[in-house]
Ligand binder design. Sequence first.
Ligand SMILES: NC(=O)c1ccc[n+]([C@@H]2O[C@H](COP(=O)([O-])OP(=O)(O)OC[C@H]3O[C@@H](n4cnc5c(N)ncnc54)[C@H](O)[C@@H]3O)[C@@H](O)[C@H]2O)c1
Ligand SMILES: [Zn+2]
Length: 352
Amino acid sequence: MKTLEIASSRPYKVLIGSDLLAEVGTQIKKIGEHEKIAVICDDVTAALFGARLKESLEKSGAVACFFSFPNGETSKNITTLQQIYSFLLREEITRSDLIIALGGGVVGDITGFAAATYLRGIDYVQIPTTLISQTDSSVGGKTAVNLPEGKNLCGCFHSPRLVICDTGLLKESFLIREGIAEVIKCALLADPELFSMLENGEVATSLDEIVTRAIAIKGKIVAADEWDVGERQLLNLGHTLGHGVEKCSNFTVPHGIAVAIGMSMILSACVANGLLDESVLKRLHLLYKRFDLPSTYDGATLEEIIRVAFSDKKRFGGDINLIVCSDIGACSIKKMPISQLDAFVRRGWSGR
Ligand SMILES: NC(=O)c1ccc[n+]([C@@H]2O[C@H](COP(=O)([O-])OP(=O)(O)OC[C@H]3O[C@@H](n4cnc5c(N)ncnc54)[C@H](O)[C@@H]3O)[C@@H](O)[C@H]2O)c1
Ligand SMILES: [Zn+2]
């Protein structure tokens, strides 16, 4: 088992290993005595992992109760949140008890928000079960629900007390492809060795190492900028244009795939604008082939993607912070006047 420490204002550990579900009961005891444990999951994670988690918790003497909701992004809303509150009240969960999120980013985000707000805040533990949630959403303390007007519009920061990443659970997941773009992003931001591992290694057999490295990078960045006012913007590499692609596709292109396209667009622009050597872009595209990731999106024109991606920012005029890449492991925040943005991105697009 590998252990990382996230040095936020309320530090917490991330445990990574391939058979940790069986150990959850024991690990949770180490963070304190909790009379009752309320587990929130979706119908898929309940069916796949609920019984094993229950057994592990009961073995260590805990009393556990379970609530599950229909899987998928559409459940990450205020109605489900209300149902979670009602469940916690029905089960008489108090502030000395504990909540566990067992699932992907949807379960993690809504459970984190419920934990942040129920009785003005109660401890929770993340047990992420997808690659996206293990390497991204479970670490950093961002919690949220969606509103009819848009994604993640209602939320807050609330760090978990512990994150338990059982990489063995990913074997039951078909979602590696959708999560790997965020791992590639971490490698581009800060870890050339991770990039080489992805190029040459067998992902299925080195999941522990890959997940640990990706979390270490995210953990370091969020610890330096917990409240997302500076350096944390680096995590947006490929995301602004990626969001443009997501929106233009009416969210039929999943987030991870859209981020892959966004990163390819921004790295192409970096090459065309003399910031990055072309060999890096070639390596990125070869890596995409390995993971069957697209580097372009043909469902919209560049104008449309840019318009949608920067629509809110453009309204305010002035400068925009673009995350640019000058080498694998070397990215930075580049302040750029909005007026120059189109030309910057377009140079890369026309050369693709
Ligand atoms: N808080 C953050 O910092 C942050 C960061 C990135 C993403 N997110 C959020 O995370 C969400 C996306 O996360 P996600 O991709 O994990 O989505 P998800 O939770 O919807 O999971 C995707 C699907 O996989 C299923 N699933 C979960 N674990 C499985 C397993 N082991 N095997 C098989 N199926 C499994 C789920 O039931 C669901 O149907 C979005 O809502 C996004 O906004 C949050
Ligand atoms: Zn993302």
